[in-house]
Design a protein around this ligand. Structure first.
Ligand code: NAD
Length: 254
């Protein structure tokens, strides 16, 4: 029997205080997982790790990691492999958005959005997946976005929508490859969630207009997404793979 208390879940980008990653670190720990927090922001990563260990009595580490830099990814994974039980789950949550319209986007902006959302997810997944396959159990979850499905229109522009759509293909193809090894791979596609990712750029009338298009009448909370991710990571969720789960309050029904 698979016991989450004997495994570690990695959550990338879980350093930000009001972010989906930190909330997910908490819900995974509440479900028994030991948790490794990787984030560009070392202080934030350590703060999340300490907070989660105290609240849920699980083992945690918080490590500085730039997912776009393979050397940094290797170093962070070496730390958690030395300090925590074997990895059983990976949540590819680190991400950045960009609202720049296509006719104004620069090569550098485009590359940056893809570097974090796609190459970063690749770098961590490429290093973690062999161990999951070898041990015969694993859960991988990608943080895509409703922007991938509806073609932007919330905050993210073309670069963000393209990168988040890329994650859907990544997850689906990987699900097909790793299914025989007991590793499931899924994506979640949140709508507008109340975090700091937009840097406060979605306020006032624009926010009101977006809220008017959400059937449940509110924007999303980090806990809404964290609960879904934790559900997909359960050992019992082994028959769910290659799926995209919407968590958008009905703002995009398809
Ligand atoms: P957030 O900005 O609160 O958190 C993102 C975290 O990623 C930060 O802690 C940041 O330091 C970290 N990060 C950025 N670049 C990194 C890098 N190169 N290496 C390591 N860490 C890095 O954002 P959030 O709203 O919690 O978003 C989490 C994920 O959910 C992202 O992938 C985002 O695209 C996705 N998402 C968010 C929303 C939303 O409305 N908030 C909607 C759909 C999808």
């Amino acid at each position: 029997m698979i016991r989450t208390s004997e495994l570690t879940a990695i959550v990338t980008g879980a350093g930000s205080r009001r972010g989906i990653g930190r909330a997910t670190a908490h819900t995974l720990a509440a479900a028994g997982w030991n948790v490794a927090v990787l984030d560009l922001d070392e202080a934030g990563a350590k703060e999340t790790a300490d907070e989660v260990a105290t609240a849920h009595d699980v083992r945690t580490v918080g490590v500085a990691c730039d997912v776009t830099d393979p050397v940094s990814v290797d170093a962070a994974l070496a730390v958690l492999e030395a300090e925590l039980p074997p990895v059983g789950a990976l949540v590819n949550n680190a991400g950045i958005t960009s609202p720049v319209p296509f006719l104004e986007v620069t090569d550098a902006e485009w590359e940056k959005v893809f570097a974090v959302n796609i190459r970063g997810a690749y770098a961590v997944t490429r290093r973690v997946a062999p161990g999951l396959a070898e041990r015969g159990f694993g859960r991988i979850v990608f943080l895509s976005s409703v922007s991938a499905e509806r073609g932007g229109g919330v905050f993210g522009g073309v670069a963000y929508s393209a990168a988040k759509a890329g994650q859907l293909g990544f997850a689906r193809a990987l699900a097909r490859e790793l299914g025989p090894q007991g590793v499931t791979v899924n994506a979640v596609a949140p709508g507008l969630i109340d975090t700091d990712i937009t840097g406060g750029a979605l306020e006032g009338e624009r926010k009101e207009a977006l809220l008017a298009g959400i059937p449940v009448g509110r924007n999303g909370r980090v806990a809404d997404v964290a609960d879904l991710i934790t559900y997909l990571c359960r050992p019992e969720s082994g028959y769910i793979t290659g799926a995209t789960y919407d968590v958008n309050g009905g703002s995009h029904i398809h």
